[in-house]
Design a protein around this ligand. Sequence first.
Ligand SMILES: [Zn+2]
Length: 240
Amino acid sequence: MNETLTQLVNLQAIDLEIDQIDNAIKSEQSALDERMSALAKREAFINELQEKIASLQKENRTLEGEMADKMDHVRERQSKMMQVQTGREQTALLKEIEDAKKSAKENEEKIMVIMESIESLSAQLEEEKNLLKGEKKLVSEETDKVRANIEVINKGKKKKDAKRHDQAEKIKKSLLRKYDTLRQHRNGLAVVNVVDGVCQGCFMAVPPQRFNMLLKGDEIYDCPTCQRLNYYVPPAPEEN
Ligand SMILES: [Zn+2]
């Protein structure tokens, strides 16, 4: 194979290893990110519960205030009973007292229902807080673990980066730029073999004449379809 192509193929092998390392770091990080976002969701839910409870408590205080006013009214009307003269006045007053009592009772019932809601929401809140506590502990342990993993991976990456640097030095700058651009736009593969006249980057046939020139190995040809740099290495003989 053409010497320049050999250097490019070697470079690409290193770059693919570095890609794998980068992916390993990304997947470590994204697992942690997922856990973090689950934590944030639970925290938001806890806030929601707290707000709901606070608003129900406020509603209950209003209802209690109203109920006290109604009972005051009942007492005030009851004391007035002594002063009324006619049966008609008495009947009207009694009705007023009954209505106020009934209305106060309605408040009391509403208060009871709300108190039950507060109780069950509070229990749920406690449970969520406990879960959050446990999860926070887990995530903090996980974070330490992931950081340690990434550190180890990065050490390995440094070695590869140095190797990559040395390999890149062997290649002409202009060709290196072309190679880097191709890798960016062609899913990490800039240099590919042609097997049976088919480019292994895009799996399209290379024109026969170009393939014949490629076989000579004197020059660098790119694939007319995907523009990747083509090389030719005959397939390894099949083992029997
Ligand atoms: Zn191609």
